[in-house]
Design a protein around this ligand. Structure first.
Ligand SMILES: [Fe+2]
Length: 257
């Protein structure tokens, strides 16, 4: 089973608007084209902030791209998203409560960490209870969790201030089953892998603008290109992953100063 994780597309309502000079629609189209060209992806998972402003037109753009894509997509919202605006579209919409899907031996969990009016993340109590049920009922199935906000610090103070707020509740639930193998997140626009009690937490770069790692304050990383992650979930319950970045392009690369 191969999954492509895409995250933090930040599509604007107005196609002329740029994010730090990046045409986020162009970079997103290039990422999606690259994923389709791989030819062996079974599922795309979008981990939030797919829109910058939550506007209907930004989701209509995503919907039109996914209408032409024959790979199934599942998405969870980020702090910038407006799930109700996306729900009017048929091919691109968000799972807004804790859900899971089983693929072969694997169970994948999808969590909504969006907290209205806040950049920080939160899993509400109803979803925490549902997650606990789904994690325990998975039994011996290997499991991966997808969510927007990382449930731990990544070493960038300004981003760590807006991680998942109720991370201790999350980790308490995850500890109920030793078969939770990994957590894949977005939000931080940078590549990290941090292990916590044997669970690998992986953050994936944005499909548009990158943020500098280990920075105390907001700083963009001009040298790194848009990307996505390929996750290979093996039948033996292990997984591996690979970060893919686009080649620099005048169409979407953030200009060097
Ligand atoms: Fe975010």
């Amino acid at each position: 089973m191969r999954i492509a994780q895409i995250t933090d597309a930040h599509i604007f309502e107005d196609p002329a608007t740029r994010f730090e000079g990046c045409d986020t629609r162009a970079s997103f189209e290039a990422v999606l084209a690259e994923i389709q060209s791989l030819g062996n992806i079974d599922l795309i998972v979008a981990t939030g902030d797919m829109s910058m402003d939550g506007g209907f037109v930004s989701y209509r753009f995503l919907n039109s791209l996914f209408s032409d894509c024959d790979i199934p997509i599942l998405a969870v919202p980020g702090n910038h998203d407006e799930p109700s605006a996306a729900s009017q579209s048929s091919n691109f919409y968000f799972l807004t409560s804790a859900e899971n899907r089983d693929f072969g031996r694997w169970r994948f969990h999808f969590l909504n960490t969006k907290k209205d009016g806040d950049e920080r993340g939160e899993i509400d109590s109803k979803d925490l209870s549902e997650l606990a049920r789904n994690i325990v009922s998975a039994g011996r199935r290997p499991q991966i969790i997808f969510m927007h906000h990382p449930p731990l610090n990544v070493g960038s103070a300004w981003l760590d201030d807006m991680k998942l707020e109720n991370a201790s509740d999350f980790w308490h639930i995850v500890s109920q089953n030793p078969n939770v193998k990994g957590v894949f997140c977005g939000h931080v626009h940078q590549d990290n892998e941090i292990s916590r009690n044997g669970v690998r937490v992986i953050t994936t770069p944005s499909t548009c603008v990158q943020f500098k790692r280990h920075s105390r304050i907001y700083q963009i990383e001009r040298l790194l290109q848009p990307g996505f992650r390929v996750i290979e979930a093996q039948d033996d319950g292990s997984f591996s992953h690979l970060l893919v970045r686009l080649e620099p392009s005048d169409e979407f690369s953030v200009p060097l100063l």
